[in-house]
Design a protein around this ligand. Sequence first.
Ligand code: FES
Length: 150
Amino acid sequence: MYKDGYKSVFENYSGAQDNLISLLQHFQKQSGYISQECVQEVARFLKISENHIYGVASFYSQFTFQKPGKNHIKVCLGTACHVQDGQLLANEIRDLLGIQSGQVTADGFFDYQEVACLGCCAQAPVVEINGQIYARMTTTKLMKKLSEYE
Ligand code: FES
C-alpha cells in the first residue's frame, strides 16, 4: 500500500521505469521539492532503487531535495548586476539570514539563491522576492523590503 497522496498519482502511470522523470516532475511541482518519502514511494512503484532515483534527479537542476522556505529570495550575480554591486546585496542577505546560497533559514521562513541572470540586466542590480523583481536595489532598500516579511 502506498502512502497517502501517492496512490492517486500512481494510478495515472503504468509503472514503467521511463515514467521516472514525469513522476518526479509531478511531485516537484506539487511539493516544491522531492522528499525522502517521495523517493521511497516512487522507488517502490517503479521497482527501482532509491539510489537510482537520487542519481537521475541530481542530474537535472529542475529537481531539488530540500524543502523550500515559505518566501523565496534570489540575488542576481550576473555580470551586469555584479558590476553594480550585486555582491553587496548578496553579502547583506547572507549576514541577515545567516545562510548561504541554496539554503533555507532554520525557521523555514526564507530560502535564498544566488543566480546568474534574472533577465532584466538594464535594471541592475536586481533582487527577486517571491517572483517579484526589484530593480536598482540598494542594501537600504533591500533591508526595508525584507522587514515587511517579518
Ligand atoms: S545580470 Fe542581473 S539581471 Fe542580468
